[in-house]
Design a protein around this ligand. Structure first.
Ligand code: BV8
Length: 241
């Protein structure tokens, strides 16, 4: 299905979700035993939950931030970094993930539409700062010194980052690839539709069919650490023809 297409691929948009980090040992959200089974979304990933019980939320993210020290990127992250280095066309890597495994796998340009664990947002001055420590002790904002840091993570009901840039890329891409996401959360789950309207081909690489599988021209099932490197090899070998 993709054979004839690869030669013309000049602009790729990739969306990744928790599934690309699953084999690195980071819990996904909806798989059995996943993050949301241990916590109600409303309690830990909404502004209302944060206002109701800030310690619960700060602890939830402090633990996930600390857990990043015990995981490493897997071949899927590394394959996307190779694609960035060797693909001659335009590539935009958008991730829903708040971990830093794409960067540690070698990707230089990563758009974290839902924010990052290793960033802090100050509720007072609204500045974002790199942050690798805990927040439960209410440390001072590095910019305005107020004790009002929160995780720089987009919660439900909040606007994801850089939506204008993402939609602009979707309007002009000729290939949209979704990797390791259930297609349960918007606006990310709607990107495949935007890409199709723009005439792009759409490919899903996932462990199991996502909620939006029928919207993709092609779905390849399997673990990301296998399926993503295979696909990257294909793209780079075709582009080299
Ligand atoms: C917004 C950060 C608007 C926090 C996250 C009704 C209809 C449509 C929309 C809505 C609606 N009601 C409410 C909404 C809006 C809401 C939404 O979509 N709700 C859903 C539940 C219906 N969305 C929002 O609120 C968004 N904002 O809409 O703003 C707006 C407009 C104006 C003004 C203001 C606002 C914000 C959503 C962002 C929420 N934050 N994360 C944190 O990380 O703690 S969402 C969180 O879940 C993740 O970030 C991720 O984005 C999302 C989905 O998770 P996935 O990454 O897909 O992971 P999941 O576990 O679900 O799936 C894993 C997949 O991997 C599976 O398919 C599995 O098979 C696969 N897999 C597993 N292992 C492997 C694998 N694949 C390959 N290899 C493997 N080894």
């Amino acid at each position: 299905m993709l054979e004839g297409l690869m030669a013309q691929v000049a602009r790729i948009v990739i969306l990744t979700g928790a599934g690309i980090s699953a084999e690195s040992g980071i819990d996904t959200f909806r798989s059995a035993g996943g993050l949301w089974e241990q916590h109600r979304v409303e309690d830990v990933a909404t502004p209302e939950g944060f206002a109701r019980n800030p310690d619960l939320v700060l602890n939830f993210y402090d633990m996930r931030r600390a857990a990043l020290e015990n995981v490493a990127p897997n071949p899927a992250h590394e394959a996307l970094a190779r694609l960035e280095r060797e693909f001659a066309g335009e590539l935009l890597l958008v991730t829903q993930n708040v971990d830093d495994l794409h960067e540690r796998g070698g990707s230089r340009q990563v758009l974290h539409m839902h924010g990052e664990l290793k960033s802090a947002l100050c509720s007072a001055c609204e500045m974002r700062s790199p942050w690798h420590a805990t927040m439960i002790e209410r440390p001072p904002c590095p910019v305005c010194l107020a004790p009002t840091l929160r995780p720089d993570v987009v919660w439900f009901g909040e606007m994801p980052y850089e939506m204008g840039r993402i939609y602009q890329a979707l309007e002009t891409c000729d290939l949209f690839v979704s990797i390791g996401t259930s297609g349960a959360v918007y606006p990310a789950a709607g990107f495949v539709q935007e890409a199709r309207v723009a005439g792009a081909r759409t490919l899903e690489l996932n462990f199991e069919p996502s909620e939006g599988s029928r919207l993709f021209h092609e779905t390849r099932l399997g673990p990301a650490s296998m399926v993503v490197p295979q696909w990257v090899d294909e793209v780079l070998s075709r582009a080299a023809e």
